[in-house]
Design a protein around this ligand. Structure first.
Ligand SMILES: [Zn+2]
Length: 253
C-alpha cells in the first residue's frame, strides 16, 4: 500500500484581510483545512481545525478578544471527528496528529483524536505554554492528554522520507509544515500558516501579524524553490485555491 493523501476543510473563518496580507483593508473568508495521510505504518492527520465547542458559542470558547476578529462559519458535521467519520475513518483509529502550530484553528480538534500521539515542534510547545490565550493559544485546545512527541527541526515521521516535518518558523516561533510524497500525485507541502495564500508566495506578501518577518521570508524562498522543482504547495488559508482542491474521499495524491 502506498502513501495516500486526502484534504478536506473543517469550516471557515472570516477575518481581517490584513491578517493575511499586511496593509490590506476589509475582510476575507478563509477555509480551515485538515489532511489525512494514510501510510502503511499508520494514519496521520495534519492539523485538526476548530474545537467542537465553537460549533455552539464560539465567543464563549475562544474569548471575546479572539471572537472580535474571527467570525465562525462552522456547523455540526464540519468538526474533525464528523468529517473523518463521513468518509469512513474512525477518529479513534488515527495514530498520529501533527500540528503545524498550536493556534486555535489548527489544533482545536485534537481532543477528538483520543488515541493519537501529538507531534509538534518543541519550541512551539514552549511558546504555547508561555503566551496568553488572547494570542490565539487556548490551553484546552492543545493540552488534551495524549502522548506528546516534541521534535526539533526536520523530522522524518516513518523513517522512509514519505512524511517529513519541515521547520517553517516565522508565523510562530515553532511552526512546521509537512512534506508528503505520494506514489501517484508526487510531492506536496502542506504549508499550514507558513504560507496563507497563493499571492503570499507569488508576490512575497507577508501577513500583518507575524512572529518573525525575516524567517517567514526565508520560508517563502524555500517554498518557491520546492515549487520550481514540481512540488505542489498547499496554501494554508487561500479561499480561491481551496475551491479547486478535491475534498476527501477523493484522493489528492
Ligand atoms: Zn496561525
Amino acid at each position: 500500500m502506498s502513501v495516500q493523501l486526502h484534504a478536506f476543510t473543517c469550516g471557515w473563518l472570516t477575518i481581517p484581510r490584513a491578517f493575511m496580507l499586511d496593509g490590506e483593508d476589509g475582510l476575507i473568508k478563509v477555509p480551515v483545512p485538515s489532511y489525512l495521510i494514510t501510510h502503511p505504518k499508520g494514519r496521520v492527520l495534519f492539523d485538526t481545525g476548530l474545537h467542537a465547542e465553537t460549533l455552539e458559542d464560539p465567543a464563549a470558547y475562544v474569548g471575546e478578544m479572539l471572537a472580535r476578529y474571527h467570525t465562525f462559519d462552522f456547523t455540526p458535521g464540519q468538526e474533525i471527528a464528523a468529517r473523518l467519520a463521513a468518509f469512513g475513518v474512525d477518529p479513534a483509529g488515527i495514530d498520529i496528529v501533527i500540528n503545524s502550530h498550536l493556534h486555535f484553528d489548527h489544533c482545536g480538534g485534537n481532543a477528538q483524536l483520543p488515541n493519537a500521539d501529538v507531534l509538534i515542534q518543541r519550541r512551539e510547545l514552549e511558546h504555547a505554554r508561555a503566551v496568553e490565550s488572547t494570542r490565539g493559544y487556548l490551553v484546552s485546545d492543545w493540552d488534551t492528554g495524549q502522548r506528546v512527541r516534541a521534535v526539533e527541526g526536520e523530522h522524518d515521521v516513518f523513517g522512509d522520507g514519505t512524511v517529513v516535518c519541515l521547520p517553517t518558523y516565522g508565523h510562530t516561533p515553532g511552526h512546521q509544515s509537512l512534506r508528503v510524497r505520494t506514489e501517484t500525485g508526487g510531492e506536496f507541502v502542506l504549508c499550514g500558516d507558513a504560507c496563507y495564500l497563493r499571492d503570499s508566495l507569488e508576490k512575497l506578501r507577508l501577513p500583518g501579524v507575524i512572529a518573525d518577518k525575516e524567517a517567514a521570508l526565508a520560508v517563502f524562498r524555500r517554498l518557491r524553490e520546492m515549487q520550481s522543482r514540481g512540488v505542489t504547495i498547499m496554501y494554508g488559508h487561500d479561499p480561491d485555491f481551496w475551491t479547486t482542491v478535491p475534498q476527501a474521499p477523493v484522493r489528492l495524491g
